[in-house]
Structures are given as structure tokens and as C-alpha cells.
Design a binder for this molecule. Structure first.
Ligand SMILES: Cc1ncc(COP(=O)(O)O)c(C=O)c1O
Ligand SMILES: N[C@H](C=O)CCC(=O)O
Length: 430
């Protein structure tokens, strides 16, 4: 494959955009690539770069593209919405329709506020929890990523883990002194901390399915314990379902595991590929937000009509009978195929999957938390990433990211991917 145009664009971008990219993980630095792919267009589960190369896409714009790219119904809805005007900075009925779809899908959400990104959703949810409880301290978990708000970068996953950045310069110590980060899936540790400090804790925020240290499912009973200790101490439980919401089930991880949080953060899928975020929960909490309540939060483009229409149409498609069953079948086929391929080549690898979110770690440990994920052989991951790319398979360029299957992937695409992995594993084993 030739990458001349991507290389040329990256040189130009490096001059005028920090690191040549508008979000760090895209630069593909950690896998040793000297440039990312510049993308021209995408269709279904295929993505096409600026040099005319085509790839089967398992990044799906980092999760939103669950229907695949350019779904005809979403494209049609967007054209219609655009014809009415791109933004009004005033309420539209589309905001009510998306709010209705979200509250119907996720019963713990009685009211929802739209924002423009997952970062805004989690940042606002934390402010609400602090405002409502009158407490400052928050608990998060190592390797979970909740966007780039100052207080949430402590021990974060995703790009922070990929680039090995310890938190971030520019975040004053005093901003993070109220953030406690605990090991994911360690119920005993949570109990211990909550027994000692529960009355000071405003909230526990968690990715109920962690997708930013690779993919790590919640251990049996872990989410139940979080619910129990927060209820006991009067703290709020926040599920950050920006990635897993509408992904692992129509009602998200809370439907899958049967736990009802106080506040839920959403993003990605509910915008159908347009910039969006949302946070919602029980009426008593949400009525605390301005202008109804005292906790301030605002946004010029919040509830943007294009994002609302792409989101509404996406959720309509997801609601169709059999959607998640079919996605589960495809994802199981892929994950089983990759597992067998690694076993055949005697590659040390550990696999996690929840529905259409999956992770392959180059370690012989079962990966249950960030410390386990960090035992992965990152050089082997880089070689795997590059090998797969050469064979036309587009994966996230980091061990600490999840992979996503979409409704547009067919058995044929999946079998092509497994065959590519067999060849790459065989090469890595030599
Ligand atoms: C679980 C989770 N929360 C929050 C975010 C932040 O979302 P955004 O990148 O839209 O700000 C992300 C992704 O970046 C995420 O995966
Ligand atoms: N893991 C991140 C979000 O889910 C990846 C997106 C980004 O940071 O650019």
C-alpha cells in the first residue's frame, strides 16, 4: 500500500495543527507510525483513505457508527434537517424527540440535558453531583476515561494511557485533590474507602463497561456494590455510558446488568456521528440544573438540530427487532475467530468482549483492570496493528482502546478479518 498523500497531508497539518491532529490518539504515535491515515470517505463498514486504499473499519469513529457509515436513513434525515437551517440557538421539537427516545430507552433517565461532547456530559454530571450533595470529593477508576475535564484526567485511560501522560500539566494540584482514583473491579477497595469517607463523596463515576483501557467488562457484582455503597452514603452513582450506551444493549450497560444509576452520561451513538453528548437522570437531580435549579451549565450549539436528527434516526434503526441479536452474532464470530487464530499461532493473548465492543490484549493475564491491561506487550500490539493495516484492516492505533463491530459488517468482512489476523499472528510468532 502507498500512503504518499496521507504523509503529505500530515506534514502540512503538523505545521498548523498541534501534533497534526485534533485529538491525540489519532496521530498513531504509540504504534510507531510516522503519520496517521487521512480519510477521504467511508461507506458501510469500509473506510477509504486519501491514497485510494480501502480498509474494513473497526474504529467506527471511536464508537458512534454502530449502523456503519453513511446509513441511507441517517443521510436522508440530515439532508432534510440541513435544509431547515444548521443551528438556531433556540429550542426545536427535535430536542424533545431525542429526549423522549433516550428516556424511553433508559428508564433511570427521567430528564435529559443535551450537550456537545462526552467531555461536557461527564464534566456537567460531576458539577451536578457536587452541587446536589454539597460535597467535593469524587471517586473514579484507574484506566477509565471520562473525557478531558481537569478533574477526570487522573489515572485516565485512552490517549492519556496511550501516550503515558501522568494526568496532565496545566491541571493545578488543587483541582485534582478531590479526585480519588481506585482500581477498577476492586469491590473491597471501594467498600473500604466508602466506609471511611462515604459522607464526603459527592459521586462515584464509572464506565460500567470500560472501553478506554482496551475493553474490560465489570466483574460479577462490581456494579451492584457501587450502587449499594453510594445509596448508603448519600453519594450519586454516575454511569458514564458515552461509549457503551446504546452499544451493548438498547438501554445500555444498565439494562444489560440490571443496575439503575442516579445519573447517566451519553454521547457518540446518540449523535449518529455528529458532535453530541447528554446527561440525564432522576427528576430530583436534573431539576437542580439551571434555569430550573442553581447548578449552571450551558452551550451555544447544545441540542443542535443536525445532531438531534442524526441521533433520532439512529435510535429508530437500533430499535428494530433483532438488531442487537444480529450484532451479537457477528461480534461473537469475530472474537471467536481471532481467539482461535491467536491460539493456533501460539500468541499470548487475552480477549474480552461485551456485545459489539471488544479488546485483544497481548498478555497471558485475564485483563480485569488497568494494571492487568498494562502488562500487555505494546511492541507486539504495534506489530499487530501495522500488519493488520497492511492487510486492509483498520483498528484503533492503541492497546488501550476498544474495537467496534457495526451492523454493516457482514460475515464476509469478518472472515476476511480473521484470515488477515491468522496471517499476521503467524508472522508475529516467527
Ligand atoms: C466513556 C467515555 N466518556 C467520555 C468520553 C469523552 O467524550 P468526547 O470525546 O466526546 O468528549 C469518551 C470518549 O472520548 C468516552 O469513551
Ligand atoms: N477513547 C477515546 C474515546 O472514546 C478516543 C477518542 C479520542 O480521544 O479521540
Amino acid at each position: 500500500m502507498k500512503y504518499e498523500n496521507s504523509r503529505k497531508f500530515f506534514e502540512q497539518a503538523m505545521n498548523i495543527i498541534p501534533g497534526g491532529v485534533n485529538s491525540p490518539v489519532r496521530a498513531c504515535k504509540s504504534v510507531g507510525s510516522d503519520h496517521p491515515l487521512f480519510i477521504n470517505n467511508a461507506d458501510g463498514c469500509m473506510i477509504f483513505d486519501a491514497d485510494g486504499n480501502s480498509f474494513i473499519d473497526y474504529v467506527g469513529s471511536w464508537g458512534p457508527m454502530i449502523l456503519g457509515h453513511r446509513h441511507p436513513k441517517v443521510t436522508e434525515a440530515l439532508s432534510f434537517a440541513l435544509a431547515q437551517g444548521a443551528s438556531f440557538g433556540a429550542p426545536t421539537s427535535a430536542e424533545i424527540r431525542l429526549a423522549q427516545a433516550v428516556t424511553e430507552a433508559v428508564p433511570s433517565i427521567e430528564m435529559v440535558r443535551m450537550v456537545n461532547s462526552g467531555t461536557e456530559a461527564t464534566m456537567s454530571a460531576i458539577r451536578l453531583a457536587r452541587g446536589f450533595t454539597g460535597r467535593d470529593t469524587i471517586i473514579k477508576f484507574d484506566g477509565c476515561y471520562h473525557g478531558h475535564a481537569d478533574t477526570l484526567l487522573v489515572e485516565a485511560g485512552s490517549g492519556v494511557a496511550t501516550l503515558g501522560i501522568p494526568g496532565s500539566p496545566g491541571v493545578p494540584k488543587s483541582f485534582v485533590e478531590h479526585t480519588l482514583s481506585l482500581p477498577y473491579n476492586d469491590a473491597d477497595c471501594v467498600r473500604e474507602v466508602m466506609e471511611k469517607q462515604g459522607d464526603k463523596i459527592a459521586c462515584i463515576i464509572v464506565e460500567p463497561v470500560a472501553g478506554n483501557m482496551g475493553l474490560v467488562p465489570p466483574a460479577h457484582g462490581f456494579l451492584e456494590i457501587l450502587r449499594e455503597v453510594t445509596e448508603k452514603s448519600g453519594s450519586l452513582l454516575i454511569f458514564d455510558e458515552v461509549m457503551c450506551g446504546f452499544r451493548v444493549a438498547y438501554g445500555g450497560a444498565q439494562e444489560l446488568y440490571g443496575i439503575s444509576p442516579d445519573i447517566t452520561c451519553l454521547g457518540k451513538i446518540i449523535g449518529g456521528g455528529l458532535p453530541v453528548g447528554a446527561y440525564g437522570g432522576k427528576r430530583e437531580f436534573m431539576e437542580y440544573i439551571a434555569p430550573q435549579g442553581p447548578v449552571y451549565q450551558a452551550g451555544t450549539l447544545s441540542g443542535n438540530p443536525l445532531a438531534m436528527s442524526a441521533g433520532i434516526t439512529t435510535l429508530e434503526q437500533l430499535k428494530k427487532p433483532g438488531f442487537y441479536e444480529s450484532l451479537e452474532e457477528k461480534s461473537a464470530r469475530l472474537s471467536e475467530g481471532l481467539k482461535k487464530a491467536a491460539e493456533k499461532a501460539e500468541i499470548k493473548a487475552s480477549f474480552n468482549r461485551v456485545g459489539s465492543m471488544m479488546g485483544l490484549f497481548f498478555t497471558d493475564k485475564d485483563v480485569k483492570n488497568f494494571a492487568d491491561a498494562k502488562t500487555s506487550d505494546l511492541d507486539l500490539f504495534s506489530a499487530y496493528y501495522k500488519g493488520m493495516l497492511q492487510k486492509g484492516i483498520y483498528l484503533a492505533p492503541s492497546q488501550f482502546e476498544a474495537g467496534f463491530v457495526s451492523a454493516a459488517h457482514t460475515d464476509e468482512h469478518i472472515d476476511t478479518t480473521i484470515k488477515a489476523a491468522e496471517e499476521v499472528f503467524a508472522m508475529l510468532a516467527r
